[in-house]
Design a binder for this molecule. Structure first.
Ligand code: ADP
Ligand code: 5GP
Length: 203
């Protein structure tokens, strides 16, 4: 049984960085590539970072019920398609990097999902990281900081909180959460039954 991991938290908190770090080290993880109407940033690749599409196409996908979840974030549409989720989930445990509104929609639809909230270490550090990322203008950074103020108050709706102060430590913590879930009885049950059967057939 493959598990769904939802990584959420304010923009600039380090979700993509941490997911990237963990995926470099752990096997059996798939990343769900979202659809968005926002402009492609320098270095981003179609189908790897996002599927970039027009507002019109996105709204059509909503109407045709092709999105598992979607939200308007900082003035643009972002969403996870049914197709992407089904395809990737077959290949391993699936990671979704989505905003809080999306995470809440997933919570309403699916059981046994692991929710991880990535908490920035403080306002000043978040501002610095957004500025250093240098992919947004002043207005867009301001929008993200204002949203962050509201978003961080939602931390208690999720299962785990990783405070992303030191990158190495935070990545290890996210990896540990994934490992802990993989060792959970619910997940191990099938394998355990096979082991038990090998003991029975041995008699
Ligand atoms: P998100 O995906 O949540 O929007 P990013 O992963 O893009 O955030 O991180 C925002 C910026 O902060 C990036 O420039 C990233 O390199 C930097 N960053 C992430 N984690 C840390 C950390 N622990 N220490 C310093 N900088 C970090
Ligand atoms: P960015 O523009 O910085 O890549 O992403 C902005 C915000 O949109 C981030 O908080 C990110 O988690 C969120 N986001 C990315 N993909 C999705 C998605 O498919 N659904 C939702 N609800 N949010 C998303």
């Amino acid at each position: 049984m493959n598990t769904l991991f939802i990584i959420t938290g304010p923009s600039g908190g380090g979700k993509s960085t941490l997911v990237h770090e963990v995926m470099k080290k752990m096997s059996g993880l798939q990343f769900s590539v979202s659809h968005t109407t926002r402009k492609k940033r320098k270095g981003e690749k179609e189908g790897k970072d996002y599927y970039f599409l027009s507002k019109k196409k996105f709204e059509q996908m909503i109407r045709e019920k092709k999105m598992v979840e979607w939200a308007r974030v900082h003035g643009d549409y972002y969403g996870t398609s049914q197709k992407e989720m089904e395809r990737k989930k077959k290949e391993g445990d699936l990671i979704l990097d989505i905003d809080i509104q999306g995470a809440q929609q997933i919570k309403e639809q699916f059981g046994k999902v692991v929710f991880v909230f990535i908490m920035p270490p403080g306002y000043e550090e978040l501002k610095k990281r957004l500025e250093n990322r240098a992919q947004e203008n002043e207005v867009s950074i301001q929008k993200r900081l204002e949203s962050a103020e509201k978003e961080i108050t939602h931390y208690s709706e999720f299962d785990y909180v990783v405070i992303n102060d030191h990158l190495r430590k935070a990545a290890d913590e996210l990896g540990a959460i994934i490992t802990a879930r993989r060792c959970h009885l619910d997940i191990q049950e099938k394998k355990i039954q096979l082991i038990l059967r090998s003991f029975i057939s041995h008699d």
